[in-house]
Design a protein around this ligand. Structure first.
Ligand code: HEC
Ligand code: HEC
Ligand code: HEC
Ligand code: HEC
Ligand code: HEC
Ligand code: HEC
Length: 228
């Protein structure tokens, strides 16, 4: 949990206070200077992006803080090469549930269970707001509201309704349409007039339109969490 909190904290500071940011930057540099890479492995986070963007792994947390030796992971679970696991088909949540890779420990026994809903955010940072622009510009979706205010768990949407990857649903413009929502797919799984307001009502609550998009993103700006 500390890791993801630290990342969120960093973003918050960057957004509001440049002065504080430089202080925290100095503190981090000092911590890095004390860190011995020969004893504890690379100081830099390993970051995977396939298929979920920005999933971090910290050597420090696992060696210096948790006391594992290198051979707890190398080379039985992981090659000593950043990115190698990402190329494997079974480097997935299902693979972890079968005890592979991170799942050798993150099984709720040796370490917190990777496949428990309350733990997803330890490794995955949800983006704030997503704006869909295809097939129709523009539809708004807010993670913070659905997760923090309404209390949905990550597994309520991932991955039965949505892949954990911005742009996945839009890739299929013929399928990501109102007809599908009316059939109970995508947003329509909840926006059915029962759990949440129906998809055939309140059009402009979801559809902010081209004008709304331009107002919010200045006509061509990047949306939150976009990563092209
Ligand atoms: C808890 C598991 C774990 C432990 C313990 C661990 N590592 Fe790693 N290490 C990883 C993972 C995961 C990767 C990335 C592999 C991948 O992306 O396929 C990695 C990658 C590396 C890399 C490659 C970095 C790069 O940029 O290519 C080096 C070097 C490395 N580890 C050294 C060490 C050393 C030295 C130790 C012991 C002090 C150690 N590791 C302990 C999990 C671990
Ligand atoms: C050799 C066992 C082992 C492996 C393999 C392992 N972990 Fe861990 N991990 C731990 C332990 C132990 C902790 C300490 C927290 C706990 O006890 O639940 C931990 C903590 C963490 C934390 C929380 C950091 C913090 O301080 O809040 C994250 C995030 C994490 N691991 C991610 C990963 C990822 C991603 C992988 C696979 C790439 C992985 N771990 C593989 C044992 C392991
Ligand atoms: C211990 C860290 C960790 C935790 C906790 C974790 N994940 Fe993952 N997750 C990963 C890693 C590592 C990958 C593979 C690398 C990537 O996709 O960038 C991954 C990939 C995924 C993927 C794409 C591959 C697949 O399995 O289909 C989905 C979807 C996903 N995670 C959802 C979740 C959900 C939902 C939860 C909570 C129930 C969760 N994750 C908890 C580390 C974690
Ligand atoms: C009510 C539905 C819903 C819930 C609940 C939800 N998500 Fe999402 N999430 C989405 C949608 C929709 C997307 C975008 C999918 C697409 O574009 O195809 C997405 C995308 C993502 C992405 C990809 C970000 C990127 O940059 O590509 C991550 C990471 C993510 N979610 C994490 C989480 C985590 C962690 C939780 C739980 C704390 C969570 N989500 C809960 C609907 C949800
Ligand atoms: C897991 C269930 C679930 C899914 C999936 C879901 N929502 Fe929601 N959403 C809700 C609930 C519940 C509310 C609260 C409003 C209500 O009770 O009618 C809500 C509220 C909203 C609101 C805010 C309404 C307001 O009054 O401000 C918007 C906009 C919205 N959803 C858009 C979407 C979009 C777009 C998608 C698909 C990308 C989506 N939602 C997927 C359950 C869901
Ligand atoms: C719960 C949120 C939500 C509500 C309410 C909603 N839509 Fe949509 N709409 C979407 C999403 C998501 C898409 C697909 C993404 C995109 O086109 O940007 C979409 C796409 C569309 C499209 C293009 C695809 C197609 O089906 O032809 C049209 C047109 C459309 N909506 C019209 C409407 C109208 C009219 C209403 C009100 C009767 C409405 N929508 C209400 C979420 C919603």
């Amino acid at each position: 949990m500390k890791l993801s909190k630290k990342i969120v904290y960093g973003f918050g500071l960057a957004a509001c206070a440049g002065m504080l940011l430089s202080v925290s930057g100095m503190a981090e540099n000092a911590a890095e200077a004390d860190y011995d890479e020969d004893l504890y492995g690379p100081a830099e986070l390993i970051i995977w992006n396939k298929p979920v963007p920005r999933v971090p792994f910290s050597h420090k947390v696992h060696t210096m803080d948790s006391g594992f030796e290198c051979d707890a992971c190398h080379d039985d679970l992981f090659e000593m090469e950043a990115g190698a696991a990402e190329a494997m088909d079974d480097f997935t949540m299902q693979g972890f549930a079968e005890g592979k890779y991170c799942g050798a420990c993150h099984d709720g026994d040796t370490a917190f269970d990777a496949n428990a809903d309350k733990n997803c955010a330890a490794c995955h940072t949800p983006p704030g707001q997503i704006v869909f622009t295809r097939p129709l510009k523009a539809v708004i979706f807010d993670h913070t509201m659905h997760v923090d205010s309404l209390g949905y768990g990550c597994s309520d949407c991932h991955s039965n309704l949505f892949a954990m990857h911005i742009g996945a649903a839009e890739q299929n413009e013929d399928a990501f349409i109102m007809e599908a929502l009316y059939r109970g797919e995508y947003c329509g799984a909840c926006h059915d007039g029962d759990q949440a307001f129906a998809s055939d009502t309140r059009c402009t609550t979801c559809h902010i339109g081209v004008l709304g998009f331009d107002r919010q993103f200045g006509g061509g700006g990047e949306q939150d969490g976009e990563h092209h």
